[in-house]
Design a protein around this ligand. Structure first.
Ligand code: ATP
Length: 597
């Protein structure tokens, strides 16, 4: 495939905010492709070269890309920088400068395969002299590129490909290109993606072997599974009701979710909730897991929490977060803040997939597969059928340092549902009953200039929740409290790579921010209550036709949810559930409207 065709499709994608149209553009793009090109196009459209969990980065900073654009177009670098400051997008500058240049030879002829392999070279360049290699490869590509190709090449290397294509849009498009676009086909494709976390594999298997092939995509050690997620209920009574009167309650540990993959040869890889590999941060778990889990090849899941080495008590979560991203001093931090992994599920045991088995069976397997060690233990569990038993277990969990309980369904059908949020698991935190004290993970989509003491920096941020059905980020509050000076001062840097000139098409808000950001950074906030609002757009129409949900008195808790991607933030649907669960409620809800969410 010619790269020009891909660039043209991106241009069309960029021009439409409509998900249906995006799906058609992508489906047309994928349909004629097979194997190699299909895989490349699927990854490139996600802004990737390989599945995300492999964590391959191009390592191209703005300054490096600027240099390459300047060299390739014969422009001086300050001019490139000036123009980019005006447009806010080096991709556009590259496009303009390429258009203004008379090429020495006829342009283009670039193929997707060539571009991909050159981008691989950029990613592979490491260490001394790597910057020069990256610039050279990029210049060579840009010299051959048409203006449109140059725009998307630059955006790709900077990680700002803004075509707005998220995983589920690609799933939709694949269903349309290769499987008649039915709902059933879509859900099988999504299922394969949830198990493999790799749309390249899903696409090429589907194109080659159809839906039958897709159903055979299973678990592979070393390829993370998208995590099963929990719903919430406001009281233990309701929790038990939902579960049919009887449930397994477990301590809800407040730490980091860890999915551990154990190979037969003793090799262990750990993945975060976002499927990033975090093995290097927890060497003690990597060392202990092969001893503790006697069912390799295996995939197990648990929550990793800090433990006081003297008293064996669970410590506050903040201690673990100090270890994240830590490369130096790991040995010291490890001794000061040892962690323990409390295992709560098993997906692969002795090389056999068990995720489709019901929960009681999986728990039995987990118990049979684990020999607890100092660092790896089982999540505490009790089967309850009375609210009084549940309350007693909750108190026990909280006294032991947990933040609540996790209820798990014992009913037929209680398989592990990769990538899905549902009432098979229900989280219940101890303070749900005291009004809206549960936190919300909001995505930063806008910034407001500060005044007074905060002049010159951002004073507040526009936050949004995610609506997967609409594939939109809907605003629910403007938050300025809770940030300390250092955090505020660091925000521009954290947000820099998400900055865009206009409101991104996937963002929905009645407010106009001073600066707009692509959804990327996730913050945890708390507030007094959820109310109806004419300007915020979260779950708009679900309670009242012209109103969305807004959080009153929002406050940043100080916790950046770097372990969550924007689509993993709190959803509009969850916000609605929280609104309904509030002790004091505004006007009655219309269930029809809610069902449409
Ligand atoms: P979510 O994962 O539902 O998007 P979140 O990351 O904000 O939300 P919580 O709402 O606090 O986290 O609760 C869910 C998380 O609780 C799980 O993803 C997991 O990391 C953690 N957890 C702790 N104990 C357990 C347990 N026993 N079983 C399942 N998950 C548990």
């Amino acid at each position: 495939m010619r790269f020009a065709e891909l660039a043209a499709a991106y241009e069309r994608l960029e021009a439409t905010p409509k998900r249906l149209e995006m799906r058609t553009i992508l489906a047309d793009l994928f349909r004629p492709l097979r194997a190699g090109d299909l895989e490349r196009v699927v990854y490139l459209s996600q802004g990737l070269l390989h599945p995300e969990y492999e964590g391959i980065e191009l390592g191209v900073a703005d300054s490096l890309a600027r240099r390459a654009v300047a060299q390739a177009t014969g422009t001086d670098e300050p001019a490139v920088a000036r123009r980019t400051k005006e447009t806010g997008d080096l991709g556009l500058t590259a496009q303009e400068r390429t258009a203004a240049r008379t090429p020495l030879e006829p342009r283009s002829g670039l193929t997707v395969a060539e571009v991909y392999s050159e981008l691989e070279k950029i990613a592979a360049a490491k260490g001394d002299g790597s910057q020069e290699v990256k610039v050279r490869v990029l210049v060579d590509l840009l010299v051959r590129a048409s203006p449109l190709e140059a725009k998307f090449l630059v955006r790709f290397v900077l990680g700002t490909l803004r075509v707005g294509v998220r995983e589920m849009t690609i799933v939709d498009a694949l269903a349309e290109s290769f499987a008649a676009g039915t709902k059933e086909a879509r859900s099988r494709i999504e299922g394969a993606f949830n198990l493999s976390s790799d749309l390249g594999v899903v696409a090429t298997t589907l194109a080659a072997d159809g839906l039958a092939g897709i159903d055979r995509i299973g678990l592979t050690v070393g390829r993370p599974v998208r995590p099963m997620l929990a719903e919430r209920e406001p009281t233990l009574d309701k929790v038990l009701d939902r579960m049919g009167g009887r449930a397994a309650l477990e301590y809800k540990y407040d730490g980091l979710r860890v999915q551990a993959h154990l190979a037969k040869d003793g090799r262990v890889r750990l993945f975060s909730r976002r499927l990033e590999e975090i093995s290097a941060q927890f060497p003690e778990l990597v060392a202990d897991l092969p001893r503790a889990v006697v069912a390799a090849p295996a995939i197990v899941e648990g929550e990793c929490v800090p433990i006081d080495p003297d008293t064996d008590e669970i410590q506050p979560f903040q201690e673990v977060s100090r270890r994240r991203g830590r490369k130096h001093d790991l040995a010291r931090v490890q001794a000061e803040i040892p962690v323990c992994l409390f295992l709560f599920d098993i997906l692969l045991a002795d090389g056999v997939p068990v995720y489709a088995e019901e929960f009681p069976e999986r728990r039995r397997r987990l118990e049979a597969s684990v020999r607890p060690t100092e660092r790896v233990r089982l999540a505490a569990q009790r089967i309850v059928s009375e609210v009084s038993e549940a309350t007693a277990f909750l108190e026990e969990a909280v006294a032991a340092g947990g933040e609540g309980v996790m209820a798990k369904s014992l009913k037929p059908g209680s398989a592990y549902r990769a990538g899905a949020r549902g009432y098979w698991w229900i989280k219940y935190k101890r303070d749900y009953t005291e009004g809206l004290t549960d936190s919300i993970d909001g995505v930063v989509v806008g910034g407001f200039a500060g005044r007074g003491r905060r002049a010159g920096v951002f004073g507040a941020f526009l936050l949004a929740v995610y609506d997967p059905k609409r594939d939109r980020f809907e605003s629910f509050c403007k938050v300025g409290s809770g940030f300390d000076d250092a955090q505020l001062a660091a925000m521009p840097k954290r947000l820099e790579k998400f900055a865009v000139a206009e409101r991104p098409p996937e963002v929905d808000s009645g407010l106009t921010a001073d600066r707009w950001f692509r959804p990327g950074l996730v913050l945890e906030v708390q507030g007094a209550e959820l109310t109806l609002s004419p300007i915020h757009r979260a779950a708009r129409g679900a309670v009242r036709a012209d109103a969305g949900l807004a959080l009153r008195f929002p406050r940043f808790t100080g916790r950046f949810r770097d372990d969550k991607g924007p689509t993993e933030a709190t959803t509009a649907h969850e916000l609605l559930a929280m609104y309904r669960g509030q002790v004091r409620q505004a006007p009655p809800a219309s269930d029809d409207a809610a069902a449409a969410l």
